[in-house]
Design a protein around this ligand. Sequence first.
Ligand code: HEC
Ligand code: HEC
Ligand code: HEC
Ligand code: HEC
Ligand code: HEC
Ligand code: HEC
Ligand code: HEC
Ligand code: HEC
Ligand code: HEC
Ligand code: HEC
Length: 588
Amino acid sequence: MEILVTYLTRRKKGGVSRRTEERSAEALHFGRSTNAEVYLADPRIRFEHAVIHHRPGGLFIEVEKLSDVRVNGQTSSNRSIGVGDVLGIGPFDVTLVEPPEGKDISIEVELVRPLGDDYAQLAARSTVRLEDYGLSRRLWSWVGFLAVLILFLALPAWYFFQHTEASAEKTVGRRFDAVWNSGPISSQHQFISDKCNICHEKPFVQVRDSACLSCHAPVTHHFDGATAEISNVPQFRKLPDKTCNDCHQEHNGSQAVTISKESFCIECHKDIERKLPQSSIKNAGRFDLDHPDFRPDVVTDSAARTFNRISISNSAELSENSGLKFPHDAHLKKDGIRGPNGKETLECRSCHILPRGAANFNPIGMEGTCERCHQLVFDPRRPDRTLPHGQANNAQMLIREFYSDYALRGGVNDVQAPAPDITRQRPGEQTPVTSQRQTAPLAWADQQAQRVADMSFGKTMCGNCHEVSSGSGKGPLNWSVVPALINKAWLPRGRFDHSAHSDMLECDSCHAAETSKKSSDVLLPKIAVCKNCHGGENVSNKVPSTCITCHDFHLPGTSRMGNTKAWRKNPDGEAGEMHNLTSIEGKN
Ligand code: HEC
Ligand code: HEC
Ligand code: HEC
Ligand code: HEC
Ligand code: HEC
Ligand code: HEC
Ligand code: HEC
Ligand code: HEC
Ligand code: HEC
Ligand code: HEC
């Protein structure tokens, strides 16, 4: 429809100025939106206030919900209108006038109730004034100013300088300097919430790291900047200059003290492979989208105690070399397995004990877990004699002594045993056993001991569970056991707490133990399993998890975070090097 809009402005001295605009539109919109054909700049006008449509029956006004529209003085909603009607649209009067030739509609718009009118009218009607009560505005200003000065500066300052820490302890009642508090202290620091000067060591000086370090002395860095590679990256070099307060905020009440945004970590970690080509760690972006899959530390050589990181999806190379043999499947048969008192069905917790609330399982010990079924009995005639576990040399010595002793006392029951060449002795007669007379029995004993050692080390006992090797000089009876190393932490850079998950998940949702035939299998889940429940920091349909849900920031083995800006080696040298493979080698 073709529209003619005339804006009327009354001059103070009288007379009216007119400004016309021509429009062509489907409908005539009134409002504060710039799209409106009639743009009404007044805060009392809604964005889309009302619309006039041209319908077959004539003009029709549609009033937006909550808009203030009156037609000829009557509050109105949608209705037909015609020439001569005066529409009160907020503070404007819109009059429909006869359209000239070629136009479908012509209106005149005039602001009749300017802003400020309401207050002016109200004030004009009011008769009460401050001054009528003898209180001038100036006096009030002074009273207020002095009150603030005394309550919030003089009193607290007096209190602060008068009261040392010791006397503050004794003060009963209110602390005046508490008014300086800029917000409630976090729950972790509640216990010092009324001892401001523990953190604010000096008045009017920012909290310094030394205050935090008086309690958090062992806090270490995130990485060691001592290496040239790291200090070459400007972004990394800046980290040691950060103060505790850059990442830990106080006075936010129960809100976390610690910076927890993903973006804080991602900024350095999204392209660390490029920035730090020497680093062995992979790029990491948002947890739900770009987090790398696990690369567990697996034992490559249990004797040398070396580890390697191999990706969980690299099934060709992923293999643990613990020096132990252990078939999970044989022990987890549904219909049970032979035990000392007949058949029994084992469960995970028969061997893996999770102490209440603990993140990890107790280490498995042969004595506590396996020995009741796999007893180290080496001679069936003496089921009460067992080999000491964990001591290959002692075990061989014990075998040798056992058979020597046996032979010298006359291992008579054994058909092949030579007769012990010990002449009867009369009571009271002390004839020493000559070495001549021992030779034959001891030769037999040696033979016997070697046979038993070969059997128990090579096959039935030690060799059943261990990698073993034989050869001259490998032990008293030429046997040695490759040291076993059962891994305790495949993912030491992350956190996983079994107790936090044990109510929700069965073991087999993460560990395919029931079908595992050998201990070289690495029975860990992929990170996809975690992502079933854990999302990034802002998810609503999963457990919201930010990087520090699963990762520490202050890493062991790095230099101390301290009040000196220089990188320093950890003075106690706990783990010495950066927490990387070289230091992991030392674990267990
Ligand atoms: C656990 C340590 C801690 C305690 C206890 C503590 N504060 Fe703070 N406060 C801080 C930190 C950290 C800041 C951050 C600002 C900064 O860098 O100084 C801060 C900031 C402030 C600020 C804002 C001014 C400024 O320096 O930025 C005021 C005011 C303040 N604290 C008052 C108090 C008062 C009063 C108390 C005792 C009731 C108190 N604080 C107890 C750690 C503490
Ligand atoms: C009087 C000793 C003391 C001082 C001073 C102190 N803290 Fe603490 N802080 C603690 C104790 C105690 C805890 C609680 C430890 C716990 O829960 O295991 C704690 C907890 C924390 C935590 C862990 C919060 C969490 O989410 O678990 C952070 C971070 C922290 N403090 C940072 C600071 C910073 C930064 C300062 C300096 C402004 C500071 N602290 C000053 C004693 C202190
Ligand atoms: C200022 C940059 C920077 C920030 C911020 C940063 N990192 Fe790092 N991060 C590094 C560097 C550099 C290394 C060491 C790489 C190396 O030596 O191979 C590292 C190492 C790591 C490692 C491997 C540690 C190890 O023991 O091998 C993890 C995991 C990690 N960061 C997670 C995080 C998380 C989670 C955050 C956020 C809370 C974070 N990083 C924030 C730079 C940063
Ligand atoms: C649900 C727990 C979880 C969350 C959330 C999480 N991670 Fe991890 N992340 C892990 C685990 C577990 C590992 C494996 C640790 C290891 O290999 O020792 C890991 C490994 C890493 C590694 C080492 C990668 C490699 O193989 O070199 C980096 C770096 C890392 N995460 C950074 C981050 C960052 C940054 C965030 C936040 C955006 C984050 N992670 C969020 C659990 C998590
Ligand atoms: C008879 C005792 C026994 C039972 C029962 C048993 N385990 Fe184990 N498990 C072991 C021993 C021993 C090891 C260490 C040797 C190895 O690495 O295989 C081990 C290692 C593991 C590991 C880490 C090994 C790796 O290489 O990743 C996981 C995970 C595991 N067991 C899960 C389970 C689950 C799940 C069950 C129940 C379905 C179970 N186990 C039942 C004895 C047992
Ligand atoms: C309930 C009794 C029982 C317990 C507990 C038990 N085992 Fe066994 N284990 C057996 C039986 C029975 C067999 C023979 C299974 C078969 O051949 O099917 C066996 C077989 C084995 C084998 C395989 C031998 C072969 O010939 O392949 C090894 C290795 C082994 N066990 C190690 C262990 C270790 C290590 C532990 C402790 C973590 C352990 N077992 C705990 C009863 C047990
Ligand atoms: C039923 C399986 C089994 C048999 C049989 C067995 N071991 Fe073990 N052995 C283990 C397991 C499991 C470990 C690791 C847990 C532990 O230290 O108890 C281990 C650990 C060891 C260790 C390393 C201990 C340490 O502290 O580092 C030595 C050495 C050892 N065994 C020697 C022997 C000798 C020698 C024999 C034969 C007399 C033997 N084992 C028989 C299962 C067995
Ligand atoms: C949500 C997945 C998940 C579930 C469910 C789970 N685990 Fe684990 N488990 C892991 C991860 C991840 C690791 C590696 C932790 C590490 O090395 O830091 C692990 C490590 C282990 C280890 C070797 C390390 C240790 O703590 O000794 C054993 C044994 C183990 N799990 C047994 C079990 C048993 C038994 C159950 C059932 C009660 C179970 N797990 C349930 C994920 C899971
Ligand atoms: C069945 C869903 C589920 C799976 C699968 C799962 N989680 Fe969780 N996880 C949770 C829930 C729920 C919590 C508790 C959240 C809470 O208490 O706020 C949690 C808590 C955690 C925590 C914090 C524990 C603590 O100390 O409070 C870590 C770390 C974590 N999970 C890591 C992992 C890792 C790593 C994996 C994969 C190996 C994994 N989760 C798999 C549901 C899951
Ligand atoms: C560049 C950021 C950053 C700086 C600087 C920083 N922290 Fe942290 N801090 C973190 C993050 C992120 C965590 C949470 C991850 C975790 O639990 O280890 C954390 C955790 C902590 C914790 C609780 C966990 C733990 O390791 O004990 C304490 C306490 C702490 N910081 C104290 C300090 C103190 C004291 C300083 C100053 C000397 C400091 N931090 C400086 C980022 C920082």
